[in-house]
Design a binder for this molecule. Structure first.
Ligand code: ARG
Length: 592
C-alpha cells in the first residue's frame, strides 16, 4: 500500500468506467515534483472525453466530492489536476508500522516463477577480473530483487572450464612451467604468465598452435596426461574464486563448468540436423541467420571441435528441461550481445517458444582509474587487488575518524568491499563504469560508505536513546518500535493520531516518511527492469532525506512522545537502508 493506492481507493467510486478500476488507477496517479502541490496528483485529461467536460471542471468537481467524504486528506483542484494532501500526523504511525515489518518491500508478483540466472561465470586458469565482478554483483542483486518479488531463483555459475585455450595452457605448462615461479606468484598469476608467453611465442612459431590444438583434442578424448593437468587448473582456480565469493558474500545453487555439457552436445547437433537447420560452410557446421541480417551461428568447427555457442545451446536446454527454469537470465557483458542474439534465435528456430523468456542482462565495461584489461597481453586488473586497496583506504579513513572503533579490520573490509560493489551497482548497468578507488570510499557523496555511515548513524542514535532511557526510564524502549495496533493501510480509518506524531508533520519529516513508503515501488521497479541501480539511487535519496531530518530536527527531543516518534522514524529509515543494501549485497556494520 502506498499513497497512490490510498488516493485511488477514494477516487475509484467517483469515476466512470473504465477509469474507476481501483487496480489500474494507481498507475494514473503521479507524485508531484514540486512541494506545495500535495502528495499525489490525479491528472484529469483522460476523463474529458468520457465525462464531456474540461479537465479543469472535472478536477474541481472531484475535489469537492472527495472533500465531502470524511477522509484523512484534503483534495485541491489545481488546473486540470486534483492534488491530494494527506493528514501527516494521522498517517505517520501507519507508515512507520508498515516500514518496520521485516517483509516490507516484498511482493508476490512473481510467485510460482522459477528463474534460472547465470551469473559470475569466470574462466579457469584466468584471473578473476573486474568484468566478472560486475556479472557477479549485478547477478546477485538481480536474483535478490526477483526473490523479493516472490520468484524462486536458481543461481548458476557457468564456469569457463572448456575450450581450445586449455590446449594452449597444457602446451605452455608442459614446455615452460616452473614450480618455484608458481609457488611465488600463486597459480593464477603464474598461469597468466604462461598464457601470455604462449601467445608471444606462437607469433614466431605457428607450430605451437597446432601443438595446442592437438592437446585440446587429447583433452576432449580423455587423454591420461591432459586430463589430470586440466583438473589441476580447475581445482586451483576454484580455490581462488571461492575466496573471492566468500569476501563478496555471494553463493550459488549450482557451480557447473562448461565441460558439464560435453556429453550433451551431440544431442543438440543431431536435433539441429534433424530439424534441417545445419549447413556446411568451409568445412564447419553452422546455422544461418541471414534472414535476421546476422552472421551464422557456428556449431561445429572445421576440426570437429565443439564451441561456446553449441555449449550454450545444450546449457539452455538443460536449464529449461532439467532445472525447470520458466525464465533464463544471463548476466553477461555487452560484448557478448551478438552471441546471445544468435543463441536465442537458434532456440527459436528449433521451435522452442520458451525462448521468449530468455534474456541477456547486459552491462558495460568497468574501468578503474583508466587501468585497461587485456588477458592476452597480461594486463589485468585483479579483483582481489582492487578489493584490498579499497579496504586499505577504508581502514585509513576509520583510523582518522574513529581510531577507537572495535573490530576496525572487519568494518574496513565491509566498507571497502561495499564501496566497490556500490560503485558497480549505482549506475544504469548498460553504462560504462569508471571510478577511482579513493572517490568511492568517501563517507560523503553518492557512495556505499555514505549509506553505511547513515545506517550506523541511525543505530548510534537509537543506542544513545536506549542508554538515556536506562538512566531515566520513560515508557517504551526506543528499540522496540513495535505495533500499536495501527493499520498498515494509510488510507484506512483508524484511531486518532497517536500523541507525539504531530511532530512528524514538518516537511523534513514528512518527506522522509513518504520516501519510506516508496521503498516497495523501488524494489519492484528494480526487479522488473533487472536494474539494481534503481534501488541504489532510491537508497541514496532516502539517506539524503534522513540526514536532512537529522540535521534539522532534534531527534533526541526532551518531550518523550515526540522523541519516541522521531526515534521510530529513525529506526524505520535505518532498517530500510539495511534491507536495501542487503539486496544489493552490501553489509551494514552497526558502528563505524
Ligand atoms: N565465461 C564467459 C566469459 O567469461 C561467460 C559465460 C557466460 N555465460 C554463458 N552461459 N555463456 O566470457
Amino acid at each position: 500500500m502506498n499513497l497512490k493506492h490510498a488516493a485511488a481507493s477514494h477516487l475509484a467510486a467517483l469515476l466512470p468506467d473504465p477509469f474507476g478500476d481501483a487496480d489500474r488507477l494507481p498507475a494514473m496517479l503521479e507524485y508531484p515534483a514540486e512541494r506545495g502541490r500535495g502528495d499525489v496528483a490525479f491528472p484529469c485529461f483522460a476523463l474529458a472525453k468520457a465525462m464531456q467536460q474540461s479537465p479543469a471542471v472535472i478536477a474541481r468537481q472531484l475535489a469537492e466530492q472527495l472533500n465531502a467524504r470524511t477522509a484523512h486528506f484534503t483534495a485541491h483542484a489545481d488546473g486540470p489536476y486534483v492534488n491530494f494532501a494527506f493528514d501527516r500526523a494521522y498517517l505517520a504511525p501507519s507508515i512507520l508500522q508498515a516500514a518496520s515489518a521485516e517483509q516490507f518491500g516484498q511482493s508476490k508478483q512473481r510467485e510460482g516463477r522459477r528463474i534460472v540466472i547465470d551469473l559470475s561465470s569466470p574462466n579457469i586458469a584466468k584471473p578473476f577480473g573486474i568484468g566478472h565482478l560486475r556479472s557477479t554483483m549485478i547477478g546477485n542483486a538481480v536474483a535478490n530483487l526477483l526473490e523479493q518479488t516472490g520468484a524462486e531463483t536458481v543461481r548458476v555459475n557457468h564456469i569457463g572450464d572448456w575450450g581450445t585455450q586449455f590446449g594452449k595452457m597444457i602446451a605452455a605448462y608442459l614446455r615452460w612451467a616452473d614450480e618455484s615461479r608458481i609457488a611465488e606468484l600463486g597459480p593464477i598469476k603464474a598461469y597468466l604468465e604462461l598464457y601470455v608467453k604462449f601467445h608471444e611465442e606462437a607469433k614466431a612459431a605457428p607450430a605451437l598452435e597446432d601443438e595446442a590444438r592437438s592437446w585440446f583434442h587429447k583433452l576432449e578424448t580423455g587423454d591420461e596426461q591432459a586430463l589430470p593437468l586440466w583438473r589441476k587448473f580447475v581445482d586451483e582456480s576454484m580455490q581462488e574464486f571461492n575466496k573471492l565469493y566468500s569476501r563478496l558474500g555471494v553463493r550459488f545453487d549450482h557451480v557447473l563448468g562448461e565441460s558439464f555439457y560435453n556429453d550433451k552436445m551431440d544431442d543438440v547437433t543431431r536435433e539441429l540436423e534433424a530439424k534441417g537447420l545445419l549447413e556446411e560452410s568451409d568445412g564447419a557446421l553452422v546455422v544461418r541467420l541471414d534472414e535476421y541480417g546476422l552472421p551464422p551461428c557456428l556449431i561445429v568447427k572445421s576440426d570437429g571441435a565443439s564451441i561456446y555457442a553449441t555449449r550454450d545451446l545444450a546449457t539452455a536446454l538443460y536449464r529449461h528441461n532439467a532445472m525447470g527454469g520458466d525464465e533464463l537470465l544471463y548476466v553477461v557483458g555487452g560484448e557478448q550481445a551478438l552471441h546471445f542474439r544468435q543463441l536465442f534465435l537458434v532456440l527459436a528456430k528449433l521451435g522452442y517458444a520458451w525462448v521468449e523468456q530468455c534474456r541477456h542482462i547486459s552491462f558495460g565495461l568497468m574501468k578503474i582509474e583508466g587501468r585497461k584489461m587485456s588477458t592476452r597481453k597480461g594486463k589485468v586488473v585483479f579483483l582481489e587487488e582492487v578489493l584490498d586497496e579499497a579496504v586499505q583506504h577504508a581502514l585509513s579513513k576509520i583510523e582518522q575518524k574513529n581510531p577507537d572503533l572495535p573490530d576496525k579490520e572487519q568494518v574496513a573490509e565491509a566498507i571497502g568491499v561495499g564501496a566497490v560493489i556500490f560503485a558497480d551497482l549505482k549506475n544504469t548497468r548498460q553504462l560504462e563504469v569508471n571510478f577511482s578507488l579513493e572517490d568511492i570510499v568517501q563517507f560523503d557523496g553518492e557512495t556505499g560508505p555514505y549509506l553505511q555511515y547513515t545506517y550506523a548513524r541511525t543505530r548510534s542514535l537509537l543506542a544513545k536513546a536506549l542508554a538515556g532511557e536506562k538512566a531515566a526510564p520513560a515508557g517504551r524502549s526506543a528499540g522496540g518500535a513495535g505495533t500499536d495496533g495501527e493499520s498498515a493501510d494509510p488510507g484506512s480509518t483508524a484511531a486518532d493520531a497517536a500523541p507525539g506524531y504531530s511532530c512528524l508533520s514538518s516537511d523534513t519529516s514528512w518527506e522522509l516518511l513518504t520516501a519510506l513508503l516508496r521503498y516497495p515501488e523501488a524494489v519492484s521497479l528494480a526487479a522488473d527492469k533487472a536494474e539494481p541501480s534503481v534501488l541504489a539511487k532510491y537508497l541514496l535519496e532516502l539517506a539524503r532525506l534522513f540526514n536532512r531530518f537529522y540535521t534539522h530536527e532534534r531527534v533526541l527531543a526532551e518531550h518523550a512522545p515526540e522523541r519516541l516518534a522521531k526515534l521510530r522514524l529513525t529506526e524505520a529509515a535505518g532498517d530500510t537502508i539495511r534491507r536495501g543494501l542487503a539486496i544489493l549485497g552490501i553489509e551494514t556494520p552497526e558502528q563505524i
